[in-house]
Design a protein around this ligand. Structure first.
Ligand code: SME
Length: 161
């Protein structure tokens, strides 16, 4: 298994995702342990983009429970339909939030967080977990992040089957 990420210098966001995704796919395809893979996915995304907070919340007994992440400490449990993460779970679809203060019910784990994207990970038809990425800048995520993070979470979801 490669233990170093190769990332293009002075690259666009698209170029960085294009370089990163195959490397993450290779990384997780060689390991069956879910938490090891989630930890490496969070670390790889943080290393590539320097995100303020990136991590997973896993569906456990009717709640989302904090899983592997990179960044400041965070809320440990989120209820169905609550916050951006609980909404992504309930609606089973990505939430792209340019201004967290404008999102009804946003859960502020850290007051520095200004914008956020949450992408569900499916096991079959069901949401099994969500990827949450936070930025300390407003409107830091766009359709490019959504497209590539959804693709990556699709790859991750296939390992859950
Ligand atoms: N802001 C999220 C909670 C998780 S933290 O940002 C890490 C939400 O509203 O669901």
């Amino acid at each position: 298994m490669a233990e170093t990420l190769f990332l293009p210098q002075n690259a666009s966001k698209e170029e960085t995702y294009e370089a990163l995704l195959p490397q993450i796919e290779a990384l997780i395809s060689g390991e069956v342990d879910l938490y090891a893979n989630l930890a490496n996915v969070a670390a790889a995304l943080r290393e590539a983009f320097g995100f303020f907070w990136v991590g997973f919340y896993l569906v456990k007994n009717e709640q989302l429970v904090l899983g592997p992440f990179q960044g400041p400490i965070a809320c440990t449990r989120i209820n169905f339909g609550k916050g951006v993460c609980g909404t992504a779970w309930k609606e089973a679809k990505t939430q792209l939030v340019p201004d967290v203060d404008a999102f009804p019910g946003h859960i502020a784990c850290n007051s520095a967080s200004k914008s956020e994207i949450v992408v569900p990970v499916f096991k079959g038809e069901e949401v099994a977990m969500v990827l949450d990425v936070d930025s300390d800048k407003l409107a830091d995520f766009d359709k490019t992040d959504q497209r590539y993070l959804e693709e990556l979470m699709g790859i991750l979801g296939e390992t859950l089957a």
